[in-house]
Design a protein around this ligand. Structure first.
Ligand SMILES: [Zn+2]
Length: 404
């Protein structure tokens, strides 16, 4: 069972300088490894694996004692692994696109397929974290809540960390992370699950745009109101940034203000997700939800969600990017909490869950976003109907809570 903590770090000025250098050196390594794969493929049609690249590390380090040679060997391996993950995802997308093309002739709905982009070099300012294995060139000294903890990284030093909540479990990995001008450390720990007593209850969940979620018990969790006002501010800042002269101080200030707004959105949203997931995990043994938005997430990841200025101009798009990022995160938080409590999460196939009547299975009409109309059962709340379908699809009976 893994847990991740993101804690704010306060490096001194020299430490921050060394941390920047650490990221830059790892960025160089990443880009060089990417370059090698690309060249090998172009010149010789040769695939290069993580193993091949990892085996070269020793020479690379020996040849560059004041640069790459100063850094943790295992952390460098992690950076090469990270590239490997990027390539694995790339090859998977390529395979899926080919499959999509084969179907496109008959269906015609894949005609707007994205072109799959080859992995690209990362600029220094986008290479924001490095993974250390704890105990190997990286150490963690915990503190009482609210006090200073310390994290040590080879080639950076021992850095102060504000520990705002207790870090539970065995510390496995430590990652220095930069977000605009702030530094964080991500502490990943491993814990034994703490099983919750069974409740004898199961639930289906429909996530939506108008409401955050609806349960098959008829409970509704509204979207955070905060997101509406944040959306206004972000849209406004984006407009102003686009009008500001490139390279001007004004534009730089607006970029920082935007980054700050996004950070606030992320923090509040994460908090909201934790609370909502907590409530569900405490109350139900089994939680079913649609395996949803995964495709949508990958598509929107191609444009960047964090900096949608270029790709997502429309307000509707902005709204979607705020919510989209939310669903995937909520699902992963829910799955993690369920796992650590010995609860079960079932992901069901999403086709037609909102449009088929949960009582008789008839295809319904949908005159409005929030209502479906069954020829037999009449008007139904679309989200509640969806949640009940999700519950039955997960094998949880009628989808209405069964009392133990
Ligand atoms: Zn019906």
């Amino acid at each position: 069972m893994k847990r991740a903590y993101k804690l704010r770090a306060y490096p001194t000025r020299p430490q921050a300088g060394r941390a920047v250098r650490l990221l830059a050196d790892h960025c160089d390594l990443y880009n060089a490894a990417l370059q090698e794969r690309r060249e090998a493929w172009r010149m010789r049609n040769l695939g290069i694996s993580y193993g091949d690249q990892s085996a070269q590390l020793r020479q690379i380090r020996a040849a560059d004692p004041d640069g790459q040679g100063r850094h943790s060997f295992t952390a460098q391996q992690q950076t090469l692994r990270r590239l490997n993950v990027v390539f694995a995802a790339y090859f998977k997308r390529v395979r899926e696109t080919e499959k999509g093309r084969q179907h496109a002739g008959s269906k015609g709905e894949h005609s707007k397929q994205r072109k799959v982009g080859y992995p690209r070099c990362k600029p220094y300012q986008r290479f924001d974290q490095v993974l250390f294995v704890a105990g190997d060139a990286a150490s963690w000294e915990p503190a009482d809540v609210g006090r200073w903890a310390h994290v040590g990284f080879q080639a950076v030093g021992r850095v102060k960390v504000r520990q705002h909540r207790p870090v539970v479990g065995w510390v496995k990995t430590l990652q220095p992370r930069r977000e605009s001008r702030r530094w964080y450390v991500i502490v990943v720990t491993e814990t034994e699950p703490v099983l919750l007593p069974t409740t004898g209850r199961s639930v289906g969940i429909d996530v939506g745009v108008m409401r955050f979620l609806t349960t098959s018990d008829g409970e509704v969790v509204a979207n955070l109101r905060f997101l509406d006002s944040a959306q206004e501010r972000i849209a406004d800042l984006q407009r102003r940034k686009q009008r500001a002269r490139p390279g001007s101080g004004n534009r730089r200030r607006l970029r920082r203000a935007l980054a700050k707004e996004w950070r606030k959105v992320r923090d509040q949203r994460r908090d909201f997700h934790h609370k909502t997931a907590r409530g569900l995990v405490d109350n139900y043994d089994t939680i079913a939800l649609e395996q949803l938005r995964v495709a949508a997430m990958t598509a929107s990841a191609a444009g960047t969600v964090e900096d949608p200025g270029r790709n997502v101009a429309a307000k509707a798009g902005l709204n979607r990017s705020i919510l989209d990022a939310g669903w995937a995160q909520f699902t992963s938080i829910l799955v993690a909490k369920a796992e650590s409590a010995g609860r079960r999460v079932v992901l069901v196939h999403p086709a037609h869950t909102s449009i088929d009547c949960h009582a008789c299975g008839a295809r319904c009409g949908r005159p409005r976003q929030d209502t479906v109309v069954c020829p037999v059962h009449g008007d139904l709340d679309a989200d509640l109907n969806g949640a009940r379908n999700i519950a039955s699809r997960a094998g949880l009976g009628s989808g209405q809570a069964s009392v133990a």
